[in-house]
Design a binder for this molecule. Structure first.
Ligand code: BDR
Ligand code: CA
Length: 310
C-alpha cells in the first residue's frame, strides 16, 4: 500500500524536483499539493506548482494557502530562485486549474477524513500552512503519521542569516508550533543538504535522460545552483527539498539522531535559528530526528532513475 502524503511547498526549483520525485514514485500517494508564500509570493508558487504537476503529466489538486507568515512580513528569495521562482527553463502557463479550496482548509479537511496516524506531511517551505491548520484545528494533529520537513541548520549555520536557514527564518513562529506538535518530526537541515551537491556529472545525468523532464530539470538546476556555487566555492550547489521525498522512499540513505530542537524567536540577531541539542547537553526532551548525513550518490541515482519514468 502506498503512503499518503501532502506536499506543502513554495516552488522553487528544488521544490519542483521534490514534487516530480514524489509524482514519479508509486510508493507514495500525493493527496494534494498546498502552496505557501516563501521563495516567491503565493501567486507565483501556486502557479509554479501547477506547472510542475503538468510537466509530470499527472493530475493532483494544487491549492493556494497562506500568502504571508503568521506574524511577520514576508521575506522572499528571488536572488536565489529568480523572478519567477522557477527561472532556468520556460514552462507554458498551466491548464491545470487552481483548486478553489484554501490550502489550510484542504489540510484540515483531508486530515479529518483520515484515520489516526495515516497522513505524512512534507513541508518544503515556511511552515505557515501547517502551523495555521494545527492552530485552527488541533483535533487533526493525531491524524498525522509523521512530518518530514526541509529546514534549519546547526552545524552548517544558516543561509539567509549567519544563524538561520530560509524556511525557518521566514516563519519561525510557525516552525515553533510544528516542532511542539507532539507527532514524529524528521528535520532535513542544511547540515544534510549541503552534502548533496549538484556536481557537473550529476547535472549531466539529468540532461542525458533525453526527455523533456530531464531537459527542464537540467535548466532549472543550472540556474538554481549558480548562487550557491559562487557563495560557497563548491563544485555544485546543494539540492535541498527532494531530500524530504527521498527520505520517505529510501530512509537508508540518511543518518541522524533523535534530539531536542528548538527555534529562536526572541533575538533579532539569531531569529529563526534551529538549536539542535545533538550532544544532549540539556535536559530538554527530544522532539525531532535531526538528519546530518546522506549518501549523496545514492540520492542522485534515485532521483535520476525516478525522473526517467516521467
Ligand atoms: C530552502 O529554502 C528555499 O530557498 C529552498 O526551496 C529550500 O526549501 C533551503 O534553505
Ligand atoms: Ca522550498
Amino acid at each position: 500500500m502506498s503512503r499518503k502524503i501532502i506536499i506543502d511547498t513554495d516552488p522553487g526549483q528544488d521544490d519542483a524536483l521534490a514534487i516530480l520525485l514524489a509524482l514519479a514514485s508509486p510508493e507514495l500517494e500525493v493527496l494534494g499539493i498546498t502552496t505557501v508564500a516563501g521563495n516567491v509570493p503565493l501567486a507565483l508558487t501556486q502557479a509554479n506548482a501547477r506547472k510542475v504537476v503538468e510537466l509530470a503529466g499527472k493530475s493532483v489538486p494544487v491549492m493556494a494557502g497562506c500568502d504571508r507568515p503568521m506574524v511577520r512580513p514576508l521575506q522572499t528569495a528571488e536572488h536565489v530562485h529568480g523572478k519567477t521562482g522557477l527561472d532556468g527553463a520556460d514552462l507554458p502557463e498551466p491548464s491545470l486549474p487552481l483548486d478553489p479550496r484554501h490550502g489550510v482548509d484542504f489540510i484540515i479537511d483531508t486530515l479529518r477524513q483520515a484515520a489516526p496516524g495515516t497522513v505524512t506531511l512534507c513541508p518544503l517551505g515556511a511552515l505557515t500552512n501547517i502551523a495555521t491548520a494545527f492552530t485552527r484545528a488541533p483535533d487533526i494533529v493525531d491524524r498525522v503519521q509523521e512530518i518530514v520537513l526541509m529546514g534549519g541548520g546547526f552545524f552548517e549555520g544558516g543561509n539567509i542569516t549567519p544563524a538561520a536557514e530560509f524556511n525557518i527564518f521566514v516563519d519561525p513562529e510557525a516552525a515553533d508550533i510544528v516542532l511542539r506538535c507532539g507527532r514524529p518530526v524528521t528535520i532535513i537541515p542544511l547540515d544534510c543538504t549541503h552534502k548533496a551537491l549538484i556536481t557537473p556529472a550529476r547535472l549531466a545525468a539529468f540532461a542525458d535522460l533525453g526527455t523533456r523532464v530531464g531537459e527542464v530539470v537540467a535548466g532549472w538546476l543550472n540556474f538554481f545552483e549558480r548562487f550557491d556555487v559562487e557563495k560557497y566555492g563548491s563544485e555544485g550547489g546543494p539540492l535541498h527539498d527532494p531530500c524530504v521525498i527521498a527520505f520517505l522512499l529510501r530512509p537508508d540513505l540518511f543518518q541522524g539522531r533523535f534530539c531536542n530542537v528548538e527555534v529562536e524567536l526572541g533575538s533579532e540577531l539569531t531569529r529563526g535559528m534551529t538549536v539542535a541539542d545533538w550532544w544532549g547537553v540539556t535536559k530538554r526532551p527530544a522532539n525531532a530526528t535531526w538528519i546530518r548525513d546522506i549518501d549523496a550518490d545514492g540520492y542522485f541515482a534515485l532521483l535520476t532513475e525516478r525522473l526517467a519514468r516521467l
